[in-house]
Each structure stands twice: as C-alpha cells, then as structure tokens.
Ligand binder design. Structure first.
Ligand SMILES: [Zn+2]
Ligand SMILES: [Zn+2]
Length: 146
C-alpha cells in the first residue's frame, strides 16, 4: 500500500481507489446528501445557485452527474453548452476558448488601434561567449577532498 497525500486536505493516507482520505470522503458524502436533497427541493435552481447553497463546486456536481451518482430531475438543466461551439461549460454562456476569442474580437473592434508588430526585432544581443569566468584565476578542483 502506498501512502499518498489526500487531494482535498493534504493528509497522508493509504491510497484506496479514491484520491481523498476517508475523513474527506465522509465529508463529501455528507455534502452529496445535502446536494441531492437541495436539488430535489429546488428544481428551478441553476448550477451556480446549487453550488452556492450546497458548497459543492459546480465541477464536482457535474462529475457526480456524469458518474451517474446524481440524478438530476427532469426539467433541470445543469449541463450548459457553449453558445458558440457546444462545448460543455459550467457557467455563463460561452466556454473559455470562445470567451477569449470574443474578447480578442471586441478589443480589435474598438477603434482598431491594435499596434501591428512592426518594431518587433528579435532581441538577440550577441552573447558574451568565451567569457565564462575570469581566466587566470586558479580554480581548485572541487571534487578533491571534503
Ligand atoms: Zn483528506
Ligand atoms: Zn465554445
């Protein structure tokens, strides 16, 4: 058995199939119960509202769903899709790459004063080679004696 650090609290424990220690596992089980109950009682909540209320991060909620542990009642839509590329996202309307693209497009649209890289000469200052140390200095052999 290989002791490993708990992914959640950092404590050393003997690794099982989980990557978190037994006490964290219990904690997550508790959170999971809260989560399941909350979802059953708040069927119109969005994933970020649920995450807020249950203290379970959206990513973990989605993992539970993917693993089939958490059954989301019909009518509840936790998995959001990017409006641009249909990638699964956790909040908002667009995925990270698409958001970045849009930000770039936006900043390009405003005024269009993006400086083109005309003066981008590579800064290749001639390296001072052959000047590794003061020559003539008598360096003693390091691995000689302790
Ligand atoms: Zn732990
Ligand atoms: Zn996208």
């Amino acid at each position: 058995m290989m002791p490993t650090n708990c992914r959640r609290c950092g404590k050393l424990f003997n690794k099982t199939i989980d990557t978190i220690c037994p006490s964290c596992l219990r904690e997550e089980e508790k959170q999971f119960d809260v989560l399941r109950e909350y979802i059953l009682e708040n069927r119109t909540a969005t994933i970020s509202e649920v995450a807020d209320a249950t203290k379970v991060p959206p990513k973990r909620i989605l993992r539970y769903i993917r693993e089939g542990r958490l059954i989301v009642p019909e009518g509840m839509n936790f998995e959001l899709n990017c409006k641009q590329c249909d990638a699964i996202i956790y909040e908002g309307n667009y995925c990270g790459p698409c958001t970045n693209k849009m930000v770039q497009n936006l900043s390009g649209a405003y005024g269009g004063t993006t400086p083109t890289k005309a003066k981008s000469e590579p800064k290749s200052a001639p390296a001072s080679e052959g000047k590794k140390g003061p020559k003539g200095y008598h360096t003693t052999d390091s691995g000689k004696k302790k």
